[in-house]
Design a binder for this molecule. Structure first.
Ligand code: SAH
Length: 259
């Protein structure tokens, strides 16, 4: 049940919050917990606050970066109390986010990402996400405790799962119509950047242009088939671009081909 829906905690400071998160998850039928560089884990305080959800703590995976935690996911939603300047699509209503994530999670892994107690998620980490969500709260005091934020969103997910339409009759989506994992989308963006640089559209790395294009494709949500079409298009454009290798490398190649 809900096994494709992953909860990711980034660099959690208090182990008790990891335990309370496990408990919050288990009450809502979630079980896949991934910890990115926790300060202190395993820890007795985590097990104490898990209170019957120690199995989730025991199975939790620890990884070294957010990208590693979500590479296989087709949708990655970052939970953030504040709106950032990054132009990622934003769910204003957790209910809409939950419906969407339950729908995508029927076929592929998806993730909900939570930041550090002290300063949330960095801009680079938000860039790893496809969407953001905020829990509407008191404008004068709207930041929830980490595990309570997990509880609220996990409850939304469970509710959306209970109310999902025609669950018994739903056919699996054909693979090509599904969304690509983040890793594939990352390769596409690297390819796009390479072509933009080699064509002279940008002359040096340009984070803002790249962030805007990432947001554009996050909104467009290309399927796997559409993404491979775009990769093919870039590859064929690339063939008509001037070679950008260093003269030395070309020389070596020429020599090799003479032999
Ligand atoms: N001081 C941090 C907030 C940390 S709270 C900051 O200013 O960003 C820890 C985490 O709980 C946040 O990174 C976020 O993932 C989640 N969280 C807390 N309140 C939230 C809210 N109102 N909406 C969405 N996520 C929230």
């Amino acid at each position: 049940m809900l096994s494709n829906i992953r909860i990711v905690l980034v660099q959690t400071y208090h182990p008790g919050n990891i335990g309370a998160t496990a408990r919050a998850m288990k009450t809502m039928g979630l079980s896949d917990l991934v910890l990115v560089n926790p300060r202190c884990f395993p820890d007795p305080e985590a097990s104490r606050l898990a209170a019957g959800a120690e199995d989730l703590i025991d199975q939790a995976r620890v990884v070294g970066s957010l990208a590693e935690a979500v590479n296989d996911c087709v949708q990655v939603v970052g939970a953030s109390a504040r709106l950032r300047s990054l132009p990622l699509p934003h769910f204003d209503e957790p209910t809409d986010m939950a419906r969407d994530i339950v729908d995508q999670g029927a076929d592929d892994p998806v993730a909900l990402v939570f930041g550090r107690e002290r300063f949330g998620l960095t801009n680079d980490e938000i860039r790893c996400c496809s969407h953001q969500v905020s829990i509407p709260a008191n404008p004068d005091y709207g930041i929830l405790n980490l595990s309570q934020a997990v509880q609220v969103l996990a409850h939304e997910v469970f509710t959306a799962w209970r109310r999902r339409p025609d669950s018994d009759f739903r056919l699996a989506r054909p693979s090509q119509d599904r969304q690509p994992p983040r890793e594939q989308l990352g390769h596409f963006h690297d390819h796009l950047t390479r072509v933009m640089q080699r064509s002279g559209f940008i002359t040096q790395p340009h984070a803002r242009t790249e962030a805007q294009l990432q947001a554009l494709f996050a909104r467009a949500r290309p399927s796997r088939k559409e993404l491979s079409l775009l990769r093919g298009l870039l590859a064929s454009l690339e063939q008509h671009l001037p070679d950008d290798r260093l003269p030395d490398e070309q020389l070596t190649d020429d020599r090799l081909s003479d032999e």
